[in-house]
Design a protein around this ligand. Structure first.
Ligand code: SAH
Ligand code: SF4
Length: 364
């Protein structure tokens, strides 16, 4: 099993859940209900310092401060806006490492794509992030901190009930979320908490390349939407495109999908399928795909390959993507083609990469 431990930026309250805040408050000799107030200030109001927390006694605010606690989000190093309205932030973490976060506004929703690791250990051959070695897992605070920082930037506090600028969150940025399960789980629970950021679990999508043993837990514990980076329908090809397939093959992956807790039409699995010219985009592939997922409530997200420097794959032609989509649709599966967003600022799927180096390399 992959190693996954809670990393703690110990004194930064961003990332603290209710239980942690309760422990902290009782340690300070205060009554438990104060923890709830603190929780709401942090995650519903987006308070950036203790002074803003009017209904907390001054003495408690002073205690928090004197005990060394603070509230910080990742810091913006660079902000880019695409011609299509997509925005990308390069964020610096407290240890100097950097990550990328992308906001994609559409007519009916606004999606924030967040990262779960700095780099990635899995070398999917078509993914830019995969060329960056894993530096480390993000803490829960750094994961939820991306959401909070962008909401600061968009002016979206306190958490609105409707017409949200960030209405959906996808864990599709840098990293494999299920190789950092504990921190991702705590962050998702914070994002979905009714008294905090309060996003519906149906609006949070976790994308995995196929860490099979943890898929059931995602459904049971988090209840969010599951997206599977499938990309190939034969093991020999998937071994090459998504090498984690050598560990957990297509059969094992499909079995985990079929038994995903809570799976029904209203909560379909999204299968992501990158369209690579002459590699996985034939009509025979499309037919094999619908056979493979037969019986699973699902939609297939076709992602035209987003090129990046130094990679030799080509994007399938529009015509081929249409042919492929038609077969999938005819079999009864929605097959939206994911329009690349923000390609001019390298923020489309699989293009994210920060310049943070592996700790060993940095110190070399
Ligand atoms: N690590 C997770 C989530 C991040 S990647 C995962 O692999 O699922 C989000 C999606 O973008 C994945 O489906 C991934 O396979 C896809 N992707 C990666 N590189 C891409 C590229 N160059 N073009 C199009 N999609 C890409
Ligand atoms: Fe990692 Fe996902 Fe990229 Fe694969 S596609 S290298 S799992 S970020």
């Amino acid at each position: 099993m992959p190693a996954s431990t809670i990393l703690s930026d110990e004194k930064n309250l961003i990332g603290f859940d209710r239980a942690m805040l309760q422990d902290l408050i009782t340690d300070l000799g205060e009554q438990k209900f104060r923890a709830n107030q603190l929780f709401q200030w942090l995650y519903h109001h987006g308070a950036q310092d203790f002074d803003a927390m009017h209904n907390l006694a001054k003495s408690l605010r002073v205690k928090l401060h004197d005990a060394g606690y603070y509230i910080i989000r990742p810091e913006i190093v660079n902000h880019q806006k695409s011609v299509d309205g997509t925005q990308k932030w390069l964020l610096r973490l407290s240890d100097g490492n950097e990550i990328e976060t992308v906001y994609i506004p559409e007519k009916t929703r606004g999606t924030l794509c967040i990262s779960s690791q700095i780099g990635c250990t899995l070398n999917c051959s078509f993914c830019h992030t995969g060329t960056q070695r894993l530096v480390r897992n993000l803490t829960a605070g750094e994961i939820v901190g991306q959401v909070m920082k962008v909401r600061d930037e968009l002016g979206e506090w306190p958490s609105p009930h409707e017409q949200r600028k960030i209405s959906n969150i996808v864990l599709m940025g840098m990293g494999e979320p299920l190789y950092n399960y504990d921190n991702v789980a705590r962050a998702v629970k914070l994002i979905c908490d009714d008294e905090g950021i309060c996003l519906s679990r149906r609006r949070v999508t976790l994308s995995t390349s196929g860490v099979v043993p943890l898929i059931e837990k995602v459904g049971d514990e988090l209840g969010c939407v599951l997206a599977i980076s499938l990309h190939a329908v034969r093991d020999d090809l998937r071994d090459m495109l998504v090498p984690i397939n050598k560990k957990w093959n297509i059969d094992a992956l499909m079995q985990a999908c079929r038994t995903y807790p809570g799976l029904k039409n209203s909560k379909r699995i999204t299968f992501e399928y990158v369209m690579l010219k002459d590699i996985n985009d034939s009509e025979a592939d499309a037919r094999a795909l619908v056979q493979l997922i037969a019986g699973i409530p699902a939609k297939i997200n076709l992602i035209p390959f987003n090129p990046w420097p130094g990679n030799n794959y080509q994007t399938s032609s529009d015509e081929q993507i249409k042919k492929f989509a038609k077969i999938v649709l005819k079999a009864g599966y929605a097959s939206p083609v994911r329009t690349p967003r923000g390609a001019d600022i390298m923020s489309a799927c699989g293009q994210l990469k920060s310049s943070s180096l592996h700790a060993n390399l940095q110190s070399a």
